[in-house]
Design a protein around this ligand. Structure first.
Ligand code: FES
Length: 169
């Protein structure tokens, strides 16, 4: 044995691999890694496409209680999810006295949108998308469609939502 090995720590006798060998990545290994990652992305995209096309989210049926009206100040919002669904919604109490409820996912790339108090606009911070808070229509930016809306129903002091008429017809 050489001096180097004799003076080396004991574990080096069991793993006599130099650092340069251990960190070297061959072209073949790199290509294999790229194929694996690409395959994963293709499989993930296919899963999302199949799920969206063949297993769409169930339409909302009936009315759903959201909150007490006095728990949302004028110009304020309340996030909620309807039982049995995973879609996030935002309830908005507009300054003009109207209530609105929209999906809280931007129609561009699904970022969470928020209501900007006093502006009458729902904003997507990701790519500066703007929606009309009264109608859900796109005002500016890249979103291709209006925000999907729910109908808001007030019963005394309780706020309910149900599928908007335009969604069910
Ligand atoms: S995700 Fe909303 S504007 Fe791009």
């Amino acid at each position: 044995m050489s001096d180097n090995i004799e003076n080396a720590p004991h574990w080096k006798e069991d793993f006599p691999i130099e650092r340069t060998e251990a960190t070297k990545v061959s072209r073949r290994d790199f290509a294999r890694f790229l194929c694996l990652v690409s395959g994963g992305l293709v499989a993930g995209s296919a899963y999302v496409a199949v799920k969206a096309n063949f297993f769409p989210e169930k339409e909302i049926e009936g009315e759903h209680f959201v909150c007490k009206a006095d728990s949302v100040p004028v110009g304020g919002t309340q996030s909620f999810v309807i039982p049995g669904s995973t879609i996030p919604y935002i309830l908005i109490r507009l300054e003009n006295g109207n209530w609105r409820a929209y999906e809280q996912k931007c129609t561009h790339l699904s970022c969470a949108v928020y209501y900007k108090p006093g502006s009458g606009q729902v904003v997507c911070p990701c790519h500066e998308g703007f929606f009309d808070a009264m109608t859900g229509e796109v005002l500016a930016g890249p979103p291709p469609r209006p925000l999907p809306a729910l109908e808001v129903i007030l019963k005394n002091e309780d706020v309910y939502v149900k599928a908007a008429k335009s969604q069910t017809t």
